[in-house]
Ligand binder design. Structure first.
Ligand code: FMN
Length: 128
């Protein structure tokens, strides 16, 4: 069963963009994506795929250290103590440049040179 159920799916679906964090030799590195791009490619089976136009440094970092964290957040989800929620997704990432996932990314995003594939190992919310 997918981990993307309940509040996690709601936060992701209502967020506008996602921060993508990797670790490089010089320290942390951030990239971004519009959430709708990942939703267009389908978030399922504990995997999130982003269309890669750039992500050069992200890809270099992942070759050294495959750990990746994503942060989705939205003010449009209600929680017990207020409004708004964020969700960190932890996992491992790889930038693929060929194969069915890349073909799918290129079909929807002709500018894509590849697909950034994140295998999800854990999820957490940020606000109680
Ligand atoms: C809101 C937002 C959406 C973005 N969407 C994409 C995207 O879909 N694909 C992409 O390759 N870069 C996207 N970028 C640019 C990346 O964050 C990054 O700057 C660029 O790909 C270079 O990556 P690198 O620093 O890993 O080399 C987006 C940036 C922002 C702020």
């Amino acid at each position: 069963m997918s981990q993307f159920e309940g509040v996690y799916r709601e936060v992701i679906e209502k967020s506008e963009w996602v921060a993508i964090a990797t670790t490089g030799p010089d320290g942390p590195h951030l990239a971004g994506c519009w959430t709708r791009y990942a939703l267009a490619l389908g978030i399922q089976d504990d995997e999130i795929v982003f269309p890669a136009g750039g992500y050069q440094k992200t890809s270099e970092n992942l070759r050294r250290d495959p750990r990746i964290e994503l942060l989705f957040a939205t003010g449009a989800v209600a929680r017990a103590k207020g409004q708004g929620q964020g969700c960190t997704v932890r996992g491992t990432g790889e930038l693929l440049t060929s194969g069915p996932k890349v073909d799918k990314a290129k079909a929807q995003f002709p500018w894509a040179r590849g697909a950034l594939v994140v295998k999800v190992t854990g999820l957490r919310t940020h606000l109680s």
